[in-house]
Design a binder for this molecule. Sequence first.
Ligand code: HEM
Length: 320
Amino acid sequence: MPENKNLTQAIEKLTARYGERAVDYIEGAAIRRELTYDDYIKVDTLLSLQQPLTEFHDEWTFMIYHQQTELWFRLLLHEMRFGISQLIATPPGMAKAMESVRRANRIFGHLTESFDVLIEGLSSDQFLEFRKAFGASSGFQSAQFRAIEILAGLDRKAIKGQDNTFYWERAARDKETGEPTLTLLNFKEKHLSWLNQIYEKREPHSLRFAFEKVVADRLHIKPTNPQEFYQKFWQTNDDELLRFANELLKLDELIIGWKIAHLRSAAKHLAKVPRGTGETNWAEYLAKSISDEKCFPELALAKKEAEHEEEVEVQTLADA
Ligand code: HEM
């Protein structure tokens, strides 16, 4: 047996896992081609994915920026799913869940800060030309972004005789006829059933509802009336829960921050055209989407009320 203790332990682990085949496994490691950076990072695959549709120099910026955003979205979903699993575990893994939300927030912050690559670093004149090649495709169809909103806690709402719908389902429609745009139809065909599945499981498989469950269990308050529930919540002095709630509110703010940076990019590059490739009146749609975005609406509202009450109390004391 080797004298190195770590080596002995490693062999023991391999033997426990593979039995006699552990020898083959070790020999296999010795003859296997040396792993390189390219193998691991899949650089060749990554670099094979930039296939612009036109000869315009700046289409590279546009495409690569979108691709990297989708990668970050992927990591965001990975962190959010882990955070949710920790919150609904018994007992809840609050510290790990908190770390996941912090990581998600850091990623959103990074995405917002980096938007200038696309705002300042893209020629609007070129963009207005190469976007003609996009047909009815639009960032509107980013399924990962929609999943992030749902996993955070976004609600579907009912309006005028229609069933519950996502805000974006109501928006991408012809103003006169109310008919859905091609962009919306294509998106729904490919992704709606997946998004609906995530939505249906959101209680408790979303940050908002998983957190509610922890609060209900720990503070013994029932979440039947969300407004009352969160009013009671903000009266707690459970520091861990309060810090978590504030981190969730930060996530909402950061999603809105990203949307504002995104709107700035549309304002700059689409200043001369009224419609996006997704056929929306972008100025109206994107502004409304910012105001509709709230993944933790009752939590935020109840916090504002609690702060207001505190201010009134302080003022009354000061006046007395
Ligand atoms: C030059 C930069 C960009 C412009 C001019 C732009 C333009 C637009 C427009 C006009 C819309 C509304 C739908 C439509 O009519 O097409 C939209 C939606 C959207 N875009 Fe972009 N976009 C840009 C960059 C990006 C990037 C980098 C992403 C990252 C994936 C992205 C993701 C989205 C998402 C998720 C929506 C839906 C937003 C919502 O529903 O609130 N866009 N974009």
